[in-house]
Design a protein around this ligand. Structure first.
Ligand code: FE2
Length: 280
């Protein structure tokens, strides 16, 4: 086992777990360098997809909805001027890349499929884990957008609930550059919403519980490069905008239990040509 019994107990109690030095600086640098190469190859002309957790209409476009089995690039909300031109270089404008890096890119595949992570999933009692989605998140200097309080199970809903998030710090994450914030024990508050595809096209939030988050209880999770934060699928978490001069790169991977039902109206879908796979 990788996790000690008291760490498992803490995860169950808190809904998150911080594992320092889980990956090496060299591993972080390798995915970062690969990301730079992917961005270099990316032609932003004609692609103006913005990622925002506040405006659902902006996340309903085909480019976003078709990204479940692709490597696609989403811009920061503040990346453009009024005429739709990039205010900065594309390297300094992209919010994130998603959502099948781990299946389509050899470097991300190698980072995501290790014996260590398979053991971690086993320790977390994720039976027959499947790698559901991956994202490389930039949290760009000055324009890195806020991510409002949410539960990952809202976006990756299963029956029964069986999703865990793995959040790797590719750079140091502190309050100043927009680290994660979490509500300790908040995974016991129940699922508040689901983000689903509408039958007529587009997406909507299906509200299950209207009550607000106890956001005053949120604590910052400041971590060093190489740290892995394990997030329970029901863990309420968020991050503030990054107005500092430093980026805050992170890589996230979500796992689901293969025995759980994955509904057809979840926003994230795959074509049969790229089925979900586990660690092998
Ligand atoms: Fe999240």
């Amino acid at each position: 086992m990788i996790l000690k019994p008291q760490q498992l107990e803490q995860y169950e109690q808190d809904g998150f777990l911080i594992l320092e030095d889980f990956v090496s600086a060299a591993q972080c640098d390798a995915v970062r360098a690969r990301t730079e190469a992917l961005v270099e190859q990316f032609d932003p002309d004609g692609v103006r997809s913005i990622f925002s957790t506040r405006e659902q209409t902006r996340t309903s476009d085909d480019y976003f909805l078709g990204s479940g089995d692709q490597i696609r690039f989403f811009f920061e909300e503040d990346a453009f001027d009024e005429d739709g031109n990039l205010l900065r270089t594309k390297e300094r404008s992209i919010n994130k890349i998603g959502h099948a890096l781990h299946d389509l890119d050899p470097v991300f595949n190698g980072f995501s499929r290790t014996a260590q992570l398979a053991q971690l999933a086993d320790d977390l009692k994720i039976d027959r884990p499947l790698l559901l989605q991956s994202m490389y998140i930039f949290k760009q200097p000055h324009i890195g957008g806020e991510v409002t309080c949410h539960q990952d199970a809202t976006f990756l809903y299963t029956e029964p609930l069986g999703v865990a998030g793995l959040w790797f710090a590719i750079e140091d994450a502190v309050i100043e550059n927009g680290c994660l914030w979490a509500i300790r024990g908040g995974h016991r508050l129940g699922l508040k919403s689901r983000f689903v595809r509408k039958p007529e096209g587009g997406t909507r939030f299906e509200i299950l519980d209207q009550s607000p988050w106890p956001q005053a209880e949120a604590i910052p999770l400041e971590v060093k490069k190489g740290t892995l934060i394990v997030l329970h699928g029901l863990m309420p978490h968020m991050s503030r905008a990054n107005r500092s001069a430093k980026s805050r790169h992170a890589y996230t991977l979500h796992l689901m239990n293969a025995g759980c039902h994955y509904p057809a109206d979840n926003w994230l879908q795959r074509s049969p040509s790229l089925p979900l796979r586990g660690f092998i």
